[in-house]
Design a protein around this ligand. Structure first.
Ligand code: 0O2
Length: 232
């Protein structure tokens, strides 16, 4: 049996690492909260001033330590330290905004990313270019400033914008891949792809229906969006 000598020094170092890791994660939590506040202000303003709420729900999450470690391994980051992880893993803080319609997805994206204090690092438009499995969503990695006692800090946050139908599909697909440990039978892969097409069709129909009933109020609310940085 191997015995490990636990010295006072080891305990001190372990505590130090734990504290540093908690501080590291807190920065992301603050960034996430800033983005949540921005989204919730947009939602409230839309609801009160335009009598329309383009957001169905918002969900936030911090990557778990296990998931961070798994991504470090997947990306082949050697000798990772906090600075390397900060540089390489940009989705430690994530906010998912589920909208009613595709037009709302782009509108919310524009309204958030055009704010003066936001810097957009990367946009992946999986709505314009869906993944081969049918996955659709608009992803943006943005830097948001957080004002700490030590001064301002730019924190990267991954924001995913999607419709309810896209969210429903992604959630089911995730569960299926988890259940089959990534070895999904081919007939299910095909069914998922068909379901993604059906979800897109539903999105188009619902949006058409909404426009027939309510006109196109969203178009008048903000200037036309600038061209998107697409990197898929
Ligand atoms: P979780 O638990 O949701 O965080 P990169 O970060 O650029 O090195 P990555 O991670 O492939 O590479 O980035 P991408 O393509 O932007 O995808 C990141 C997130 O999008 C994933 O996070 C999922 O949340 C979601 N996603 C991407 N592709 C799919 C898909 O095919 N199906 C489903 N259901 N979700 C997807 P994580 O880290 O995988 O997981």
């Amino acid at each position: 049996m191997t015995t490990i000598e636990v010295t006072e020094e080891t305990i001190r170092q372990t505590r130090e690492l734990r504290d540093e890791f908690q501080k590291f994660l807190r920065e992301y939590e603050f960034g996430m909260r800033e983005v949540e506040t921005k989204i919730s202000i947009l939602r409230d303003e839309f609801t009160h001033d335009h009598e329309y709420n383009p957001i169905e729900h918002v969900k936030s999450r911090l990557k778990t330590p296990d998931s961070i470690v798994e991504k470090i391994a997947r990306k082949g980051i050697e000798e990772p330290d906090f600075d390397r992880i900060r540089e390489e893993i940009t989705d430690i803080a994530g906010v998912r905004v589920t909208c009613s319609f595709v037009a709302d997805v782009y509108r919310l994206f524009d309204l958030l990313t055009q704010q003066d204090d936001i810097t957009v690092r990367v946009v992946k438009d999986y709505i314009a270019s869906p993944k081969p499995n049918g996955y659709k969503s608009l992803h943006a990695i943005i830097d948001v400033p957080v004002f700490l006692s030590t001064g301002p800090l730019l924190v990267p946050v991954e924001v995913q914008f999607r419709t309810i139908a896209m969210d429903f599909w992604a959630s089911l697909e995730h569960k299926i891949y988890y259940k089959f440990a990534n070895q999904v039978p081919s007939h299910l892969v095909q069914s998922l792809s068909d379901a993604a097409d059906a979800a897109s069709e539903l999105d188009s129909r619902m949006e058409r229906l909404h426009r027939e009933a309510h006109g196109e109020p969203l178009r008048q609310l903000a200037p036309p969006p600038p061209p998107h940085v697409v990197e898929v």
